[in-house]
Design a protein around this ligand. Structure first.
Ligand SMILES: Cc1ncc(COP(=O)(O)O)c(C=O)c1O
Length: 512
């Protein structure tokens, strides 16, 4: 007899765990134990279950003995597979049960079976705490792609895969292979709605564990590989949604929310420089004007919005080089529909703060094209033309702005920008206009034709997200000599100074 490597499978009842145990029992190097802790559980919990007395007299019910003399006893096979129901891990069991052996967690959607998730999460957390994060597999994946799931599991458990695991001897269980099982279980059926409250408590636990399943074949999971984030540090952030801070994965609004129902929301972009929020009051003025213009009701107060912004920044430790997307939606509706009379829950506030350096290449300059469309898709046109952004024209064909920024041009030393009739009265635009006056440049606000842009000496765009971005090419025409111009450089520098000197300090807010 030799020492055996013990594999512990932890699952909730009726999660196909018995089939999985049969699957392992087909290997030539495994012996299986079916719920070895059951009698201990019955004795300690005192629960009345069918055949209780029979089980207690036939099975070892002393947890210590079960773990030391049965589960971890020497044996003739290389591996021992123990199928456990997580609820059976009750008090009085030795620490070795969890500390020794290899463990994995087997989950099943609570829409199919609604039991025992809390205990599974506890076991998952404990194993993580002792530095042994267990693989997690999902019954749905196992049914959809048994071979890939079992191969992946064996790989994670560092045991070789054996094809015999894909089917088992007739007579055991309702079916004898994963392939058949795939077709007979899990038909769509109505959920028993008297259990809705229990489902509401269970789903978050299931979803938490499911996030750790390596391969997801669910219809709803993305078929694309996980993308790289532009700034990897944003992978772990906290976002304000409604009235609380939530993790990135949980940062969601309801499908009943107006923003989902019909894009009914207003937003601002703000930047954080050196422990200060630049132009905070101006952005709050504009978002509250926007909400008023769209007749939003039950809007959070200015102080509440500020508190949410500061709390989000402080909790994330974001004091510099960060951008905030501040959104306010008309809120959740009582039923789907466009009418604002259905909005009886108040507005939804979202504060999404991220680490974000300026988004354009402000050193070498950017390329613009002119959009042929006047609404909706100018940035799609920009994208298609492999440009950074697209210029939009007003209804008379004059230049208004780009899809994301305001625009300035320089001709013979004079700086020109369009009236704010057809463009967003950008906060950066008005800051830059003030700076131009302060620096004693000649500034004209007037209609600008597209050919004036094409023939300008310098062009730049402005916006909170990208600051001042030099434009070196528009519709294939090189602007000036194709390099960043002197007035653009000067303005970039004075703007930078201003962002460093002014703003609402985050620290002060903490102290008051
Ligand atoms: C269409 C459009 N124009 C201009 C701007 C620049 O505005 P601000 O300087 O206030 O950020 C934005 C900002 O998002 C915008 O979306």
């Amino acid at each position: 007899m030799e020492e055996v490597e013990v594999i512990h499978a932890w699952s909730a009842p009726r999660s196909l765990s018995t089939s999985l145990m049969y699957s392992f029992s087909q290997r030539n190097d495994v012996e299986v134990l079916d719920e070895p802790l059951y009698a201990h559980f019955l004795r300690v919990s005192g629960f009345d279950r069918p055949y209780r007395d029979q089980i207690l007299s036939n099975m070892e019910s002393d947890g210590n003995k079960v773990v030391n003399d049965i589960i971890y006893r020497p044996g003739n096979n290389k591996y021992r597979f123990c199928k456990h129901i997580s609820k059976q891990r009750v008090l009085g069991l030795p620490e070795d049960l969890i500390k020794k052996g290899k463990h994995f967690i087997f989950i099943r959607n609570p829409l199919d079976i609604l039991l025992g998730l809390l205990e599974l999460v506890q076991i998952y957390n404990e194993l993580c705490d002792i530095g042994k994060p267990p693989p997690v597999i999902d019954a749905e994946e196992l049914q959809k792609d048994p071979e890939a799931t079992l191969r992946g599991l064996c790989n994670d458990l560092e045991i070789p895969f054996q094809p015999s695991m894909l089917s088992w001897e007739a007579g055991k269980g309702p079916c004898k292979s994963w392939l058949i099982l795939c077709h007979v279980v899990n038909p769509f059926q109505p959920f028993p709605f008297y259990l809705y409250d229990l489902l509401e408590r269970s789903l978050p636990l299931y979803n938490m564990l499911r996030r750790h399943v390596k391969k997801k074949s669910s219809l709803l999971s993305s078929p694309l590989p996980l993308p790289d984030l532009p700034v990897p540090a944003n992978e772990k952030l906290l976002a304000w949604v409604g009235d609380e801070l939530v993790t990135r994965d949980s940062s969601k609004v309801s499908v009943f929310d107006s923003v989902v129902q019909g894009g009914d929301s207003v937003w601002e972009g703000l930047r954080v420089y050196k422990r200060k929020i630049f132009k905070l009051e101006e952005h709050l003025d504009r978002i509250s004007d926007s909400a008023k213009a769209l007749a939003f009701e039950n809007v959070p107060t200015r102080d509440e919005i500020k508190e949410a912004i500061f709390k989000t920044l402080i909790t994330n430790g974001m004091f510099d080089n960060a951008h905030i997307r501040l959104s306010l939606t008309r809120g959740k509706k009582v039923t789907s529909g466009m009418s604002p009379s259905l909005n009886l829950y108040g507005c939804t506030l979202i504060v999404l703060a991220e680490w974000k350096p300026p988004v354009y290449d402000n050193e070498r300059g950017i390329v613009l094209v002119t959009a042929t469309t006047r609404r909706n898709s100018p940035n799609v046109e920009g994208n298609n033309a492999k440009a950074d952004d697209a210029i939009m024209l007003d209804q008379d064909g004059f230049v208004s702005e780009t899809n994301a920024t305001n625009i300035f041009i320089v001709k013979k030393g004079r700086v020109l920008t369009p009236h704010a009739d057809y463009c967003l009265p950008g906060i950066t635009r008005s800051t830059v206009m003030d700076l131009l006056v302060k620096e004693q440049f000649i500034l004209e606000e007037r209609r600008i034709s597209l050919s004036e842009v094409h023939t300008a000496d310098e062009v730049w765009t402005t916006g909170t997200m990208g600051e001042l971005s030099p434009v070196v090419k528009v519709d294939g025409r090189t602007i000036g000599n194709g390099k960043v111009g002197p007035i653009t450089r000067k303005l970039q520098a004075v703007y930078k100074n201003l962002t460093e000197e002014s703003g609402v300090p985050i620290q002060n807010y903490l102290e008051t």
